[in-house]
Design a binder for this molecule. Structure first.
Ligand code: SF4
Length: 347
């Protein structure tokens, strides 16, 4: 299988140019042609080099098989790879910019009980080129609709546990953030994990993007019900491992807390959360549960959400409530799964 052209950083390309004896001065035109406009190649790269590259690398991008647009402006893409497998990628409007939510695996092995993706199991890992490809396709689609759009931010919160595909996700982040390739700033990227401990220990070797931990309950017996790998990697071990990370000044970890009716929103939960997080540089992101077909959990009412938020604030925790986006097209957190029930196809 050919290597995807979208899995190489500028320095990888420089090595390739060197090993093939191609003029290194033309590297920037090569990268501009790859990521901006192919006409750079016609003007600056020799036909012989182009022929060698096209024979050696795979330049294909995932194909859009469906696009669904939510009333709130969220757009969900169903993207298909060369082997026919598909993932969902979501474009989320946020003030004047967009954020792209990227998938890192086809399906997921973690089987979290609040997540639609988890019900399908892991089909395969995505390659770095396939992860970068989702971004390029979503951004290109956005530019066609709104030509003056700024480069979207990125969250790795789509299908899959990103740290369970550590090497490819790391490579994708390197390409996405490389200013000679795509150039999304490290601060514009957030990777979310449910607490896959073996890879958290390796995060010191990861680009300095932001991280988010899906916490969801301070109590292991409840977290076990939500996130089965908590039985193997309990919350305190995960928090202690995250504490070892040397964060840069403006790099942060958010703690995501799914709000589930009649389950994890009592005063005891607030007190236990405060005990765990008070001494950490913590921002808690409250996310009202997004229902999906056959899920056993329920979303709380707005006044219950407000009450729990106040409990946390009274414990001096920094709290935000994430507004749900795209739930009418099953594009909200935890709702991604290729399914036949999605409605309002626009292409
Ligand atoms: S929440 Fe994330 S880790 Fe858990 S099953 Fe869903 S995609 Fe996988």
């Amino acid at each position: 299988m050919k290597t995807s052209a979208y899995s190489l950083t500028a320095s990888d390309w420089a090595e390739t140019f060197g090993s093939q004896g191609f003029a290194i001065a033309s590297l920037r035109f090569w990268l501009d042609g790859l990521y901006k406009d192919r006409s750079f190649w016609d003007r600056h790269i020799s036909p012989h080099s182009i022929e060698w590259f096209t024979e050696t690398f795979d330049f294909s991008l995932p194909k859009i098989s469906r696009v669904l647009e939510s009333e709130d402006g969220t757009v969900k893409f169903q993207l298909q790879f060369a082997d026919g497998l598909e993932v969902e990628t979501v474009l989320i409007p946020f003030f004047k910019r967009y954020t792209v939510c990227l998938s890192t695996q086809v399906g997921c092995a973690m089987n979290c009980s609040f997540c639609y993706t988890g019900t399908q199991g892991l089909k395969r890992q995505l390659t770095a080129g396939e992860i970068v490809g989702q971004y390029l396709v979503a951004f290109e689609w956005l530019l066609q609709q709104k030509p003056r759009s700024l480069r979207p931010s990125i969250v790795f919160m789509g299908q899959g546990e990103p740290l369970h595909n550590f090497i490819e996700v790391k490579k994708a982040v390197e390409v996405l953030s490389d200013t000679k390739c795509i150039g999304v700033g490290h601060r514009q990227m957030t990777l979310s994990t449910v607490g896959y401990l073996p890879a958290i220990g390796q995060l010191s070797n990861f680009p300095k993007i932001n991280f988010a931990l899906s916490l969801h309950s301070p109590f292991d017996h409840e977290r076990n019900q939500l996130i089965p790998i908590n039985q193997k990697y309990p919350l305190d071990e995960v928090l202690n491992e995250l504490d070892k990370l040397m964060l840069l000044k403006r790099q942060f970890i958010t703690y995501e807390y799914l709000l589930i009716k009649n389950f994890n929103m009592t005063k005891d939960h607030a007190l236990a959360l405060a005990e765990k997080l008070a001494h950490r540089k913590a921002i808690i992101n409250l996310i009202p549960f997004n229902p999906f077909p056959d899920s056993k959990w329920e979303r709380p009412d707005d006044d219950e959400i407000e009450k729990f938020k106040e409990l946390l604030v009274s414990e001096k925790l920094r709290v935000m409530v994430r507004r749900t986006k795209g739930d009418d097209i099953l594009a909200a957190c935890g709702q991604l799964k290729i399914n036949k029930m999605a409605r309002n196809y626009v292409s």
